[in-house]
Design a protein around this ligand. Structure first.
Ligand code: NAD
Ligand code: WQD
Length: 350
């Protein structure tokens, strides 16, 4: 059992990971300001984790940029004998278009927020960190499947903030012994817990394909726009590496185990399935899962998109002993279970 601080633990990936961590017996303190999430997600996580879980999840509403909130979280997580064992750092902003319109907000939350967190960790002698990085770092990839050695060449402010935090982590790891850090570069996290109780609940119009398709399926939106039918791919639509959020959550557990069982480490690993699916294939798989037609039209390409991004997932398999277990059909089945049971997402607090 480890005592862990989970920043952004109420969010999409954080909530699923909290569940997996509770099921593995860990004690958690979540720090989240609910900028893009609902307290209801963590209530449901506790319910899913079953008897005894409630006492192992403390929630602090607060901001990673505020030292006082971080101090509360570290105090809450410490036992009488020891500080927190590790931090999993999900908190951040993630919308590419918004990052172009509001770059300073992205640098503030993602980069300055991470800097404050690292300072608090150092002050408390907690030097084990799992960080939510992103395949967005690779920009327009030159080699597919993309290995971790591919050049870091972001193409938008969001990507630059992730690249900056990864660099900060390399600098910190090199500055003194004792740091154990994993930057996990997620590909396209989608799907939901199979219970349909927790899932992705974007604010406003979804930017990403999967929640958009789900909302069309449930009748909240009319049709999917397929961004480009003339990509150099097998059917002309864009190809991505979609990873079930439960596989991703288990990847965090594997990374944590690897860090906590070893000496100084700096891991930079892709978390993906290694398989690519086109937009049209995802639409067809979702239609199959929900038993409904998903109307779509092919429109112009979206600026900033690449034709194909697929992970070379071999390093994570070798280093963590982790690989994805769930296929596109399971992703769509579980995503539909969440969307059909929660057509408007989590209940909104008035
Ligand atoms: P999310 O928005 O659902 O979760 C992020 C959480 O952080 C939310 O609960 C939000 O309220 C919280 N948060 C935001 N700013 C905060 C602050 N200043 N202080 C405290 N909490 C704050 O997003 P997600 O999809 O769960 O992503 C989690 C992490 O993974 C992010 O860092 C994101 O950049 C990264 N990531 C996500 C994807 C993806 O496609 N979902 C892909 C690659 C990387
Ligand atoms: C997937 C495919 C689109 C919407 C983004 C971020 C990345 C990472 C994951 C955080 C592409 C097509 C999409 C739609 C469509 N997030 N599409 N119609 O762009 O691969 O990655 O999320 O780190 O940084 O950039 O994901 O879901 O937006 O797009 O045709 O309405 O679906 O062109 O081929 P993307 P996505």
């Amino acid at each position: 059992m480890a005592r862990l601080l989970i920043t952004g633990g109420a969010g999409f990936i954080g909530s699923h990971t909290c569940l997996v961590l509770l099921e593995a017996g860990h004690e958690l303190v979540v720090l989240d300001n609910y900028a893009n999430s609902s307290p209801e997600a963590l209530r449901r996580v506790v319910e899913l984790a079953g008897p005894g879980a409630e006492g192992r999840l403390q929630v602090i509403e607060g901001d990673i940029r505020r030292s006082a909130d971080l101090e509360r979280a570290f105090a809450e997580g410490a036992s009488t004998e020891a500080e927190l064992d590790a931090v999993i750092h999900f908190a951040g902003l993630k919308a590419v278009g918004e990052s172009v319109a509001q770059p300073l907000r992205y640098w503030d939350v993602n980069v300055s927020g991470s800097q404050h967190l690292l300072a608090a960790m150092a002050a408390h002698g907690c030097r084990t960190l799992v960080f939510s990085s992103s395949a967005t770092l690779y920009g327009y990839p030159e080699t597919v499947p993309i290995p971790e050695s591919a050049p870091i060449q972001p193409i938008n402010p969001y990507g630059y903030t992730k690249a900056a935090v990864e660099q900060m982590l390399r600098d910190v790891a090199a500055s003194e012994p004792g740091w154990r850090i994993a930057s996990l570069r997620y590909f396209n996290p989608v799907g939901a817990h199979p219970s349909g109780r927790i899932g992705e609940d974007p604010n406003g119009v979804p930017n990403n394909l999967f929640p958009f398709i789900s909302q069309v399926a449930v009748g909240r939106r009319e049709q999917v726009q397929v961004f480009g039918g003339d990509w150099p791919t097998r059917d002309g639509s864009g190809v991505r590496d979609y990873i079930h959020v439960m596989d991703l959550a288990e990847g965090h557990l594997a990374a944590l185990k690897a860090l906590l069982s070893g000496g100084d480490q700096l891991l930079q690993l892709n978390l993906g399935s290694g398989q690519g699916h086109s937009v049209l294939e995802v639409i067809a798989a979702f239609a199959q899962a929900c038993g409904r037609t998903i109307p779509y039209e092919v429109v112009a390409r979206r600026p900033g998109d690449a034709a194909t991004t697929v992970a070379d997932a071999t390093a994570a398999a070798k280093t963590l002993g982790w690989r994805t277990q769930r296929d596109l059909a399971s992703i769509c089945r579980d995503g539909w279970c969440w969307q059909s049971n929660n057509p408007q997402g989590y209940p909104k607090l008035s």
